[in-house]
Ligand binder design. Structure first.
Ligand SMILES: [Zn+2]
Ligand SMILES: [Zn+2]
Length: 249
């Protein structure tokens, strides 16, 4: 069964013009998985009239360009769509620690109080808005199995890349080179070697260190402003991915 991977945004953390790097996975089944939910993502989903179709959300790490839309999504689904109980979206997280930090350090300030069906103010938790699934394997009905793999990004924070089915890899945000084996590689990058402040692998290292046959299947995402000055295909990559682009996987 074919699965469609569609990029909602492909911008770097500070390149909001391209939208936060995020994509959906859907097949013929009822469920649609959103991978990362940055602060531009709910607006993009509203433009596409798809916000209500998202049954599952997966988070790779806790920067705002990956989680900043979870408050709006939580309130929207609860109050606009009336999705409570079994209808609320499933939130897939790799570890309990990440779930705890996501709530305590990011979402609780906004989502910590809400109203029940009678209009009474109640104390809320992440579980009030989302059905939580914690684990390194993600199985969503009708979609390929996804495995989280931890990768280095920013000192002391946890970031995860994804293996999707047998042949697709998404780096998340990382300083690591991608594995060589997958058929389709989506890799974040930054431009210019920035020494100790590097938090994404540099375009130049990817260009110089990946074998040509791996570069050919590497599609670059999480793009900083000014990416147009580079010619990804001339440098041996598949391309820079633009928002709206789709892949059948
Ligand atoms: Zn990011
Ligand atoms: Zn990040």
């Amino acid at each position: 069964m074919s699965t469609t991977l569609r990029w909602l945004g492909t911008g770097g953390g500070l390149n909001v013009a391209l939208g936060n790097t995020s994509f959906t996975l859907r097949s013929n089944g009822a469920r649609t998985l959103l991978v990362d939910c940055g602060f531009t993502v709910p607006g993009r989903l509203m433009e596409l009239n798809e916000i209500e179709t998202i049954s599952d959300i997966l988070i790779t790490h806790l920067h705002a360009d990956h989680i900043g839309g979870l408050e709006t999504m939580g309130f929207y689904r609860r109050f606009i769509n009336g999705h409570v109980g079994e209808d609320r979206p499933t939130l897939h997280l790799p570890t309990d620690e990440l779930a705890h930090t996501l709530w305590e350090n990011a979402l609780k300030a906004g989502l910590g109080h809400t109203r029940d069906a009678e209009g009474t103010t109640i104390e809320a938790t992440l579980d009030t808005y989302y059905q939580l699934r914690v684990g390194l394997k993600v199985n969503v009905e009708g979609l390929p199995e996804i495995s989280f793999v931890e990768t280095p990004h920013v000192h002391d924070t946890h970031n995860f890349g994804l293996h999707i089915g047998d042949g697709v890899f998404y780096s998340g945000d990382t300083i690591n080179l991608p594995p060589h084996e997958p058929d389709l590689i989506f890799q974040d990058c930054q431009f210019g070697r920035s020494g100790p402040s590097e938090i994404h692998i540099s375009y130049e290292r990817l260009r110089d260190e990946l074998p040509p046959e791996v570069k050919k299947k590497t599609h670059l995402v999480h793009l900083a402003a000014g990416y147009e000055r580079y010619d990804a295909q001339a440098d041996g990559f598949a391309e820079f991915v633009v928002p709206g682009q789709t892949f059948e996987i």
